[in-house]
Design a protein around this ligand. Structure first.
Ligand code: ACM
Ligand code: ZN
Length: 513
């Protein structure tokens, strides 16, 4: 009987007698179309084993680790079959992505020490097993706010490695906020000279009074070369990077550099406290749309993702109510109110993205005043918005704050837990998360693209703090978006978790014990 602790839980695991040993003489055989996967596997095995496994074409011999494309291997593009016998270890899939996920399973069949960066004593034995697996959803995502606190490029890469380990395939990169702008736009240099830096940051919880501030300038940004490097790194791991450029709200940092784009004209500063700003893009000023299209022009060049996230959440309408330009726009366009003005604004951007062959995705507030044609909704205020969008024929990604907001506390004790924004989201609740809402008619379930977790970083100043909030909850979420709902079993998850935590130990992940 073999002990298999693969996370997320595979659909089918059949153990048999014996094992497949990986040695310095093991050949990795693959067709040319899988060269990148073969190289990825050899590179993943190299640090801990010290083996420099030779690569060869599939026909060069029997045995070895065999990667193979086979349209019949799995229905889903990310599905695969892994068969280990004492003679050979074969991974078959219909696509390179499917083979890649088979490789992730293979790594988890080896001892956790396989993830070590330094050479470690073996043996490197894979139990004889046949695993057939495929994901439940095509969108298995994780969001990371790099605006409230800037996260270094090397950490983004580590985070992407961890997503790949969990067979997750969307990195939702939150790049702009009231408190900081994080992406270089060549034609708008003040975004990185001014908007990327705040003078100080509120200390403690936002609700505390009196307010105290540190006296530290905080900021940073990703150059376009950094972005290209990260997008390529993600692509090697079959992860799509979905960039988020917030509009029309959450944009005070932009106004600090370009005050003419706000309703009042400023002056503005890059926000130093949390919560949301009432200073947003003026929707009556054509220059706001010209500016955002200039930003998106660079974004479209940098990110091949079919989806571009435009935020759309929490846009306060107080300025628009009083702004002559916004009111003139409402009149000229025959709109009812400022909610329809927001909808009009988002629709302009939606048309721009459609013209460029991309799909707009936004938080569920983009429903207010009417959804732009073809828009996809990310449902965060519970599931209602997503259900409404689906009933109107739109696709939805579920990201409800009830089950997927990893900025909420993992325990109720103030003594053992770091300061958080609030809320309580224990591991078991994440594990129990069901992405298809109960009230959604099953005929519409195809509009559920998948689900994702959120990491808002107001109270996470460092990568280690992010890791603490992300793990092990991300591990539970990975199973909710990959594994079938039937047979979900928290006790079985907890049985597999300790070995997975050993992997995270080896990978130097600061998970909550
Ligand atoms: C959000 O949490 N404002 C999407
Ligand atoms: Zn205005």
């Amino acid at each position: 009987m073999c002990h298999v602790s693969v996370i997320p839980r595979p659909i089918s695991v059949q153990a048999s007698a014996g094992a497949y040993p990986i040695t310095a003489a093991t050949v990795v055989r693959a067709p040319a179309a899988l060269l990148a996967e073969a190289q990825f596997l050899a590179a993943a095995l190299r640090p801990a084993t010290g083996f420099d496994l030779p690569l060869a074409a599939l026909e060069t011999g029997a045995g070895g680790i065999r990667l193979n494309l086979d349209p019949a291997a799995a229905v889903h593009a990310d599905g695969h079959v892994l068969e280990a016998t004492p003679e050979a270890l074969e991974i078959r899939a219909a696509t390179p992505a499917g083979v890649f996920y088979g490789i992730q399973t293979l790594l988890q069949l080896l001892p956790p020490a396989i993830f070590r960066a330094a050479e470690t004593a073996g043996p490197w034995i894979v139990p004889a097993v046949r695993i057939a697996d495929q994901p439940r959803f095509g969108w298995r995502g994780m969001h990371l706010d790099c605006a409230r606190h800037f996260m270094p490029k090397e950490f983004i890469k580590k985070f992407l490695d961890l997503l790949a380990l969990h067979k997750m395939n969307v990195f939702h990169w939150h790049l702009t906020e009231d408190q900081g702008w994080r992406i270089e736009i060549k034609s708008l240099p003040k975004l990185t000279e001014v908007s990327a830096w705040r003078e100080k940051t509120v200390v403690g919880h936002h609700d505390n009074r009196p307010r105290r501030f540190d006296d530290t300038r905080h900021g940073g940004f990703y150059t376009q070369d950094d972005v290209r490097e990260i997008v390529a790194y993600a692509a090697r791991r079959h992860i799509t990077v979905v960039p988020e450029i917030e509009m029309p709200g959450h944009s005070q940092a932009v106004l600090a550099a370009y005050p003419e784009l706000g309703c009042t004209g400023g002056p503005y500063h890059v926000r130093t406290v949390w919560a949301i700003s009432e200073d947003v893009f003026c929707a009556g000023n054509d220059a706001s749309l010209t500016f955002l299209k200039a930003v998106l022009k660079d974004v479209l060049e940098l990110f091949p993702s079919p989806f571009i996230h435009i935020g759309g959440d929490e846009c306060l309408k107080t300025r628009w109510e009083k702004c002559p330009k916004c009111q003139a726009r409402i009149k000229a366009e025959g709109l009812k109110d400022t909610h329809e003005l927001q909808s009009w604004f988002i629709r302009q951007i939606g048309e721009f993205l459609t013209q460029h062959g991309r799909r707009l995705i936004g938080w569920d507030e983009i429903l207010e005043g009417g959804l732009p044609p073809g828009a996809t909704v990310m449902s965060w205020r519970g599931t209602e918005g997503g259900i409404k969008a689906i009933q109107a024929g739109h696709d939805t990604v579920f990201a409800p704050n009830s089950h997927t907001y990893f900025d909420h506390s993992q325990a109720t004790s103030r003594e053992t837990e770091p300061l958080t924004i609030g809320g309580f989201l224990p591991l078991e609740k994440v594990y129990g998360y069901e992405p298809v809402p109960e009230t959604l008619p099953s005929s519409l379930a195809g509009h559920v693209l998948g689900a994702q977790g959120q990491l808002w970083t107001e109270y996470m100043e460092t990568p280690k703090a992010v890791e603490y909030m992300a793990f092990p909850r991300l591990t539970a979420l990975a199973e909710a978006v990959w594994s079938p709902a039937a047979g979900k079993d928290y006790a079985d998850f907890l049985r597999r978790l300790p070995e997975h935590l050993r992997r995270l130990d080896v990978l130097d992940v600061n998970y909550r014990p």
